[in-house]
Design a protein around this ligand. Structure first.
Ligand code: PLP
Length: 389
C-alpha cells in the first residue's frame, strides 16, 4: 500500500543541477558555496551573521557553548519539542528544566515562564539560557520572552527549526531582534532541506566568530585571535575545543537552490492548511490556533482529539488512519517524560499542559508536493474515522 507521509522533501531539477555542479567542482567539503548560502539566509532574515553547520542539533550545541553555558548552569526549554533542543544543554554539562506550554499555541507559555523565573530568583537558580521553540512554525511571543530576559538576565536561543520563513509582528524569524541566536534545521521534513544541515544566526560579531571556530575544531587563521602572530601563511592556532560540524558544499548548494523556492513552498503550505481548516471545521476536533502576531511557516498541521468530545481516542484514530495509508505522526512526546530525563528526576504531571496535549495530538500530512487528491483522501479518511462508526 502506498503511504502518504506526514512530511517530505521536494526536489526539483534545479536542485539536482545545483548539487551536480558542486560534484564537478574543486570542493566537496565546506568551500565557496557555504558563505554564499549563509549570506542568502542572513539577507532573507535581515540578520548580520549566519553560520552553516551539519545539523540544527550542532547549531544548538555551538550556540550554547558560545553563550558560555556550562556545568552549574541551567537551560530552560519547552517539553513540546524534539529531544535535540534539551540535549544541546546536556552536551555542555549544564542542567535542563522545562516550562509548560500554552494550551492553545502549544508553544512555551510566557506567563508560566514568568512565574517560574520569580520562584527561581528566590531560590537563586535562574537560568543562563532560555530556548523557546517555534512549534509547528508559529513563532513564540518573543517580545514577552525578551522583556523577561532583560529583567532576569538570561540569554535566548530561538530553536526555529520549524520556522524558516515564519513572521512575528511583521518581521521574519531569524532577525534576532528578541534573541542572541536563532537556529534553523534543514532536515528533509523541515521547510527547506540540505539533506542534513542547520544554521545559527546572530547579530553579535563575537558570537558569530566563536560559533564558526567551534564548527571547525576551534581552529583559527585570524591573527586577531591568535596567541602568536609571527607565523607564516601556513600557521594556524587551535584556541577552543571545537568539532567537525561543517556543512559540505554539496549540502550548501542544495540549500541555496531550496531557499529560492521557499516562498513557493510557503504559499502551497498555506493552501493546504486553508483546505484542512475549511474541510475539518465541522468535525469535533480542535484545529490549530494562530495568534494575531504570528504568521506561521506551517511546518506541521496538528489536530487535537479529545475523546470526550470527539468520541474517538487519538490512539484509535491514529491506527485507523495508518491502516488506510495515511502517515500520521505525533509531535511530540514530552521531552521530560523520556526515560533519559526521568532518570534526572522528572515525573508525569510536571508539565500537565504538554502531557495532555501530547496524548491528544495527531499530525496530518503537510508538504509542498502533497496533491489535492491525496489531501482529499486524508480528509475523507479522517471524516470516516470520526463520524461514521
Ligand atoms: C528537527 C529539529 C531539531 C533537530 O534538527 P536536526 O537538523 O535534525 O539536527 C531540533 N529542534 C527541533 C524543534 C526540531 O524540529
Amino acid at each position: 500500500m502506498r503511504v502518504i507521509p506526514y512530511a517530505r522533501q521536494s526536489i526539483s531539477t534545479a536542485d539536482i543541477e545545483a548539487v551536480t555542479k558542486v560534484l564537478c567542482s574543486d570542493y566537496l567539503t565546506q568551500g565557496p558555496v557555504i558563505p554564499e548560502f549563509e549570506k542568502a539566509v542572513a539577507a532573507m532574515c535581515d540578520v548580520k551573521y549566519a553560520v552553516a553547520v551539519n545539523s540544527a542539533t550542532s547549531a544548538l550545541h555551538i550556540a550554547c557553548i558560545a553563550l558560555g553555558l556550562r556545568s552549574g548552569d541551567w537551560l530552560w526549554t519547552t517539553p513540546n519539542t524534539y529531544v535535540a533542543s534539551a540535549n544541546s544543554a546536556i552536551y555542555c554539562g549544564a542542567q535542563v528544566d522545562f516550562v509548560d506550554i500554552d494550551p492553545e499555541t502549544y508553544n512555551l507559555c510566557p506567563h508560566k515562564l514568568e512565574q517560574k523565573l520569580r520562584s527561581a530568583e528566590q531560590d537563586g537558580l535562574l537560568p543562563k539560557v532560555v530556548m523557546p521553540v517555534h512549534f509547528s512554525g508559529q513563532p513564540c511571543d518573543m517580545e514577552r520572552i525578551s522583556s523577561l530576559s532583560q529583567r532576569y538576565n538570561f540569554k535566548i536561543i530561538e530553536d526555529a527549526s520549524h520556522a524558516l520563513g515564519a513572521r512575528y509582528k511583521n518581521e521574519t524569524t531569524g532577525h534576532c531582534g528578541y534573541s542572541d541566536v536563532t537556529v534553523f534545521s534543514f532536515h528533509p521534513v523541515k521547510m527547506i532541506t540540505t539533506g542534513e544541515g542547520g544554521m545559527a544566526l546572530t547579530n553579535d560579531k563575537c558570537l558569530a566568530e566563536r560559533m564558526s571556530r567551534l564548527r571547525s575544531h576551534g581552529v583559527t587563521r585570524n591573527e586577531e585571535h591568535m596567541a602568536q602572530t609571527n607565523g607564516g601563511p601556513w600557521y594556524y592556532e587551535q584556541i577552543d575545543l571545537g568539532f567537525n560540524y561543517r556543512m559540505s558544499d554539496l549540502s550548501g548548494a542544495l540549500g541555496q537552490a531550496q531557499l529560492a523556492r521557499l516562498d513557493q513552498f510557503i504559499v502551497r503550505r498555506r493552501q493546504i492548511v486553508a483546505t484542512y481548516n475549511r474541510e475539518l471545521a465541522n468535525l469535533p476536533v480542535m484545529l490549530p490556533v494562530q495568534r494575531e502576531y504570528a504568521e506561521s511557516s506551517w511546518h506541521l498541521y496538528v489536530l487535537r482529539v479529545d475523546e470526550a468530545v470527539s468520541r474517538i481516542s487519538r490512539n484509535v484514530l491514529f491506527m485507523r488512519l495508518r491502516d488506510q495509508g495515511i502517515g500520521v505522526n505525533v509531535h511530540y512526546l514530552p521531552v521530560h517524560t523520556q526515560p533519559y530525563y526521568r532518570q534526572k528526576g522528572f515525573r508525569d504531571g510536571y508539565c500537565p499542559n504538554a502531557e495532555r496535549y501530547s496524548a491528544q495530538t495527531i499530525t496530518l500530512p503537510l508538504f509542498f508536493d502533497l496533491t489535492d487528491e491525496d489531501q482529499a483522501k486524508v480528509i475523507k479518511a479522517l471524516r470516516f474515522a470520526i463520524c461514521d462508526r
